[in-house]
Design a protein around this ligand. Sequence first.
Ligand code: AMP
Length: 276
Amino acid sequence: MELIVARNRADLVKARGEGRLALVPTMGALHEGHRSLIRSARAAAAQVVVSIFVNPLQFGPNEDFSRYPRTFDADLDVCREEGVDVVFAPSVEEMYDPARQVGVSAGRMGAIVEGVIRPGHFDGMLTVVLKLFNLVQPDVAYFGQKDAQQLALIRRMVADLDVPVEIVAGATVREPDGLALSSRNRYLSPQERQAALALSSALRAGAAEKGPAAIRAAALAVLKQAPIELDYLALVEPGTFEEVPDSYAGPAILAVAAKVGTTRLIDNIPMGNVGT
Ligand code: AMP
């Protein structure tokens, strides 16, 4: 089957086929992390739609919206290789009415951890995800654990707003040396790429410990040695992204964000029982 590229709502309606429909939302610059989500979707659904949309609403004024990598032709090749049925790639004008007013509010979980550094980011992300769900009307949608707070918020939105879409998470795909794949990795110089390894090393060091205090201390010890600018290290409850107290026992996510040169990277590791 030939890949269909839908640029607007009308194309999307025409492209819709029969059977279980899976959506993989992306901002393009596709890599192995995206491919693994697409493969899971392909294995589970009759139709696979990949959306490619760099969403201006989820970028702050000093963020990298205009220089975010756009590699559309290479992305189409990836989608062809992975047997995608439809790429939905709308323009900003197609997605957003200039008179628009209403959006999704992420609530408290959107204002903590990553939300402290990127105010408004999660509102913009949830708004576009809900619009994509309404436009594509998938039965199931695939998201990466790499963006753990995003995933938790999407699960929260689907529950809180009764959105009839099943959410499936895909594990973080990494380079052999541990670096989590990201579209932003291409900004890194060779020296910065080396420095960026501190994020995944710190998470591994933390995950080898028991007890929240020891986990945080081990991860911070690694991060302090590296030529990076740490935004946060957080050990959080997976459903709410609230920091866990030192007395906590149960599952948690160890999450980190840092600037490496001018590139901002995030990573996380889900942990089982973090109690002593
Ligand atoms: P993005 O294009 O960066 O917005 O990401 C689109 C989807 O791919 C999101 O659900 C991300 O969480 C997911 N993703 C990004 N990087 C990875 C990775 N290294 N492993 C698995 N999924 C990823």
